[in-house]
Design a protein around this ligand. Structure first.
Ligand code: PLP
Length: 475
């Protein structure tokens, strides 16, 4: 059955049909938009359709979408799978909205993506943040441990849910199985953000996926490392603690009523490919990344990012610490794009991240290694010191929702110290808020934001694009 692609096949059949379209989209299978037909291809435009009975409706699926979602659920050993067309952002919103109500407590690592903070605004839940250990050499956060969960639970016996990252952007995982067992023994729901882990389920050399570990729900960015088109994501559910009907209703509340069939068709194809070819493709990916890691480690000034925890890591995330080159991660990222035509995934103060996935080639891997060699030869290789790291230990005074609805004023950034933030400020990627609404702003946070500005990091989500002012809550 996993060879079949019920939705994609239905879309292909539909595209062949001679249909006189008197529905939307108004480009009428591309005929009204020659420019797009030319740019994207006729076939793609013919598939870009809105819900028609024979291609099912994702809000209440009972045809080819239902079949495709079932195949996805089986592929991940989940009870249910839901297609989502607003990325993992909406999967995270749905997970939290269907699990948590106002003032219910949820434990989260503080290095979460902004979508989780925004989900707290939607639900009104109270975050109990846990600060994972930070690697003092690279400034990169690890993942959280079972002991950290236990410490929080001892203080907050009414914990409703634990929200985990599997893995972090740099590939670090938590003690997932142990945390799930502990939580379930105490009737705590486990929600997992697997934005960076869509591939984990499909190769034995990877850390466990959330479904393998028995988590209740996980949001998987099939569009990131699973081969689907950008924005296509899925929510996996494997629990008696939350009803699938409630999850569907929450999806229907938050998701567009015009989900893209291109995105959903790509989810069907990505699942089929992961099941049929994933193991073989990912074996190759692991070979490439192992080779790249070995070569890059031997280049003067560079080291590959490693976790200090005893947990297995997701090796497809190749973090490279560049401080030994005398350059910041942001400078290397920019340099690679400008002079080597190499697009890296992300940069921070001291590191860059290269993601290895399904479609790597030897030629491109060699290009990456050779670019690092050239850069190392050109650099003075004097280690830069005095780097700033994301300070993630701000005091939470208001919940994100209380802060969202509180009265706010803009104050000059220098005068914001010790005030309560009225907004999120973050660098994207990774999208981890430096400050979230309701947290107390410290001197360290302001210094960090200014350092990022100097490094020309892409800062977002704040109201004042110059960051001369910050929104704070009126007290
Ligand atoms: C950890 C994490 N969670 C969630 C998301 C949101 O995913 P999406 O961009 O698919 O909405 C991201 C995006 O980069 C992420 O890094």
């Amino acid at each position: 059955m996993q060879e079949t692609t019920p939705l994609l096949s239905a879309l292909l059949a539909y595209s062949e049909d001679d249909v006189a379209c008197f529905d939307v989209p108004g480009h009428k299978r591309g005929q009204g938009m020659p420019i797009l037909q030319h740019a994207f291809g006729e076939q793609l435009m013919r598939i870009d359709t809105n819900s028609a009975p024979r291609i099912d409706n994702v809000a209440n699926p009972n045809g080819v979408i239902a079949q495709a979602q079932q195949l996805l659920a089986h592929a991940y050993d989940a009870d249910e799978a839901f297609f989502l067309t607003n990325g993992t952002t909406s999967a995270i919103h749905v997970m939290m909205m269907s699990t948590l109500g106002p003032n219910q407590k949820v434990l989260l690592p503080r290095n979460i993506h902004k979508s989780a903070v925004n989900a707290l605004i939607l639900t009104g839940a109270t975050p109990i943040y846990v600060q994972p250990k930070v690697n003092s050499k690279t400034g990169i956060s690890e993942n959280i441990t079972l002991d950290m969960v236990k410490v929080v639970h001892e203080k907050h016996s009414d914990l409703r849910a634990v929200f985990l990252l599997n893995p972090t952007y740099y590939g670090f995982v938590s003690e997932l199985s142990a945390i799930v067992s502990y939580c379930h023994a105490h009737d705590i729901v486990v929600l997992v953000d697997e934005a960076h882990g869509a591939h984990l389920h499909f190769h034995a050399e990877f850390p466990q996926s959330a479904m393998q570990a028995g988590a209740d729900m996980s949001s998987v960015s099939l569009h990131k490392t699973g081969g689907a088109l950008t924005q296509a994501s899925a929510l996996l559910v494997n629990t008696k603690r939350i009803s699938a009907a409630k999850v569907q209703q929450t999806i229907n509340m938050l998701q567009t009523t015009s989900s893209s069939y291109l995105l959903m068709g790509s989810l069907d194809a990505a699942r089929q490919n992961l099941v049929i070819n994933g193991n073989q493709q990912l074996t190759k990916t692991l070979e490439y990344v192992t080779y790249a890691r070995k070569c890059i480690t031997s280049i003067p000034g560079l080291s590959c990012v490693q976790s200090h925890s005893t947990q297995q890591t997701d090796r497809t995330k190749l973090g490279i610490c560049v401080r030994g080159l005398g350059l910041s991660g942001f400078e290397v990222y920019e340099y690679f794009w400008k002079y080597e035509k190499i697009q890296l995934e992300m940069a921070d103060m001291d590191n860059v991240l290269a993601i290895f996935s399904l479609g790597e080639t030897q030629e491109h891997v060699d290009r990456l290694i050779n670019a690092f060699k050239r850069l190392s030869n050109r650099s003075n290789n004097i280690e830069v010191t005095n780097k700033a790291y994301i300070p993630l230990q701000a005091e939470v005074v208001y919940t994100p929702r209380e802060a969202y609805y509180a009265k706010k004023i803009a104050v000059p950034i220098e005068q914001a110290v010790m005030r309560l933030s009225g907004e999120s400020i973050l660098a994207y990627p990774p999208g981890i808020p430096i400050i979230t609404p309701g947290e107390r702003i410290t001197e360290e946070i302001i210094t960090y934001i200014k350092t990022l500005q100097l490094q020309q990091a892409y800062l977002t989500d704040h109201h004042d694009s110059t960051l001369a002012t910050i929104l704070v809550i009126e007290e």
